[in-house]
Design a protein around this ligand. Structure first.
Ligand code: FES
Ligand SMILES: [Fe+2]
Length: 326
C-alpha cells in the first residue's frame, strides 16, 4: 500500500471532465468509484460495485440526481441509499460515499485514508488569475506511481523521449531548489530548426522559441506545474498524477493561459486545440516510454542532473515525513 502514498491528496478530476447526468468511473488506490453530478450540481461519489449483484454503477445512467444501476435499475442517492421496488421502502446507506474536497473546479480526495498532508493551494491561485484552456493528455499508464513520477522529474529525457517532437539538442540545467515536498527546477533546451513538415503537423510549434526555457514547480506527490511563456502570453501546464492501483497510474494535464494583448487573445483562440494536442503528444511519448522500461533494473549509471529523481526517491522513502535538505 505504501507505494500509493496513503494520506496524500489526489486531484481526481477537474469539473469539466465530469458531464452532467453522466456517471463516470474513477479508480483510486485499488478501488473503483462512480462519480456523477446530481440535480443541484453537487458532485457525488460512491463505490462502483452495486450492492445488489455487483454491477458497475458507472455503466449506468442518472435519473433525478441519482445514479441508476445498469443491471436491475436500482437508483442510489449520494448517501448510498436506494428505494426498494415493491415495498417502496428507503434503505439505510448500503455504500459508503467517497469523501471529496471540492475547491473551485478541482475535485480532490484522500481516498479512504486519513489526511497526512494538506492540499496545495497553487491550483486555486492559478484558477483565479488564468483562464482555463482545457484538459488534455489523459492516459492510464500501466506503471506504478513511483516510475511515473521519476519520469516526470527526469530532466534528461527531453532529448530522448521527446526528441521526435521538439528536436531538442541538449538540456542545460540551471538550478534545483529543494524545499522538502516543494521544489523548483530551472533548465533550458536549445532546439534544432522546426522542419516544415513538423510545422504542418502542428502549427502550435510556431509559438515555440528557439530555446525552450523550463521552470517546473513540483508539489509532491501528485502535481507538477510547467510555467511557460509564448509570444502571446503566459500559460501553466498542470500535470496531475493519480495512483489507480499498484500497477496503474493515471495522468492528465490541465492547461491555463493568460494574455493581455488583443493579438494574444486571437492567437490563443486560434491555437487552442493545437496547443492541447501538442501537450497530448508529449504525455503520449512519456506513456510510451514507460511501457518500454524493464522494471527493477539496477541503475549502474548516473547522469548529471538527476536531482529531480533523487528528490522523488527521498520523498517516497520518508513519506509521510518531510525531509528538508540542509
Ligand atoms: S446489480 Fe445493481 S440493481 Fe442489480
Ligand atoms: Fe516527459
Amino acid at each position: 500500500m505504501s507505494s500509493m502514498l496513503p494520506g496524500a491528496p489526489w486531484l481526481l478530476a477537474h469539473r469539466s471532465m465530469i458531464k452532467t447526468n453522466q456517471p463516470c468511473k474513477i479508480s483510486l488506490q485499488g478501488n473503483d468509484f462512480v462519480l456523477w453530478v446530481d440535480a443541484a450540481g453537487e458532485i457525488q461519489a460512491l463505490p462502483n460495485a452495486c450492492p445488489h449483484m455487483g454491477a458497475m454503477l458507472s455503466a449506468g445512467w442518472c435519473k433525478q440526481g441519482k445514479v441508476v444501476c445498469p443491471f436491475h435499475a436500482l437508483q442510489f442517492d449520494g448517501a448510498g441509499c436506494t428505494v426498494l421496488p415493491g415495498s417502496g421502502q428507503q434503505t439505510l446507506p448500503l455504500l459508503q460515499p467517497l469523501k471529496l474536497i471540492i475547491q473551485n473546479d478541482f475535485i480532490w480526495s484522500y481516498g479512504q485514508h486519513e489526511p497526512v498532508m494538506p492540499i496545495p493551494s497553487i491550483l486555486n491561485e492559478i484558477a483565479s488569475d488564468y483562464k482555463f484552456i482545457g484538459m488534455t493528455g489523459e492516459y492510464n499508464v500501466q506503471t506504478d506511481l513511483l516510475s511515473m513520477l521519476l519520469n516526470m522529474h527526469d530532466y534528461n529525457h527531453q532529448n530522448g523521449t521527446h526528441r521526435p517532437l521538439f528536436e531538442i539538442e541538449e538540456v542545460l540545467f540551471d538550478r534545483f531548489v529543494d524545499e522538502g515536498y516543494h521544489s523548483d527546477a530551472y533548465y533550458r533546451m536549445p532546439r534544432a530548426q522546426t522542419s516544415l513538415s513538423d510545422l504542418f503537423r502542428n502549427p502550435a510549434l510556431l509559438a515555440m522559441p528557439k530555446t525552450l526555457t523550463a521552470h517546473l514547480e513540483n508539489f509532491f506527490p501528485a502535481l507538477v506545474i510547467f510555467h511557460g511563456t509564448t509570444f502571446f502570453g503566459k500559460f501553466k501546464q498542470c500535470h496531475i498524477f493519480v495512483p489507480e492501483s499498484e500497477a496503474h497510474t493515471r495522468t492528465y494535464v490541465l492547461v491555463f493561459g493568460q494574455t493581455n494583448s488583443f493579438i494574444g487573445k486571437i492567437a490563443l483562440r486560434a491555437l487552442r486545440s493545437n496547443m492541447l494536442q501538442l501537450v497530448d503528444q508529449v504525455v503520449q511519448q512519456d506513456a510510451d516510454i514507460l511501457h518500454k522500461i524493464y522494471p527493477g533494473t539496477p541503475q549502474k549509471i548516473k547522469l548529471n542532473n538527476e536531482v529531480g529523481m533523487d528528490w522523488v526517491h527521498r520523498n517516497f522513502e520518508h513519506f509521510p515525513q518531510i525531509v528538508i535538505p540542509k
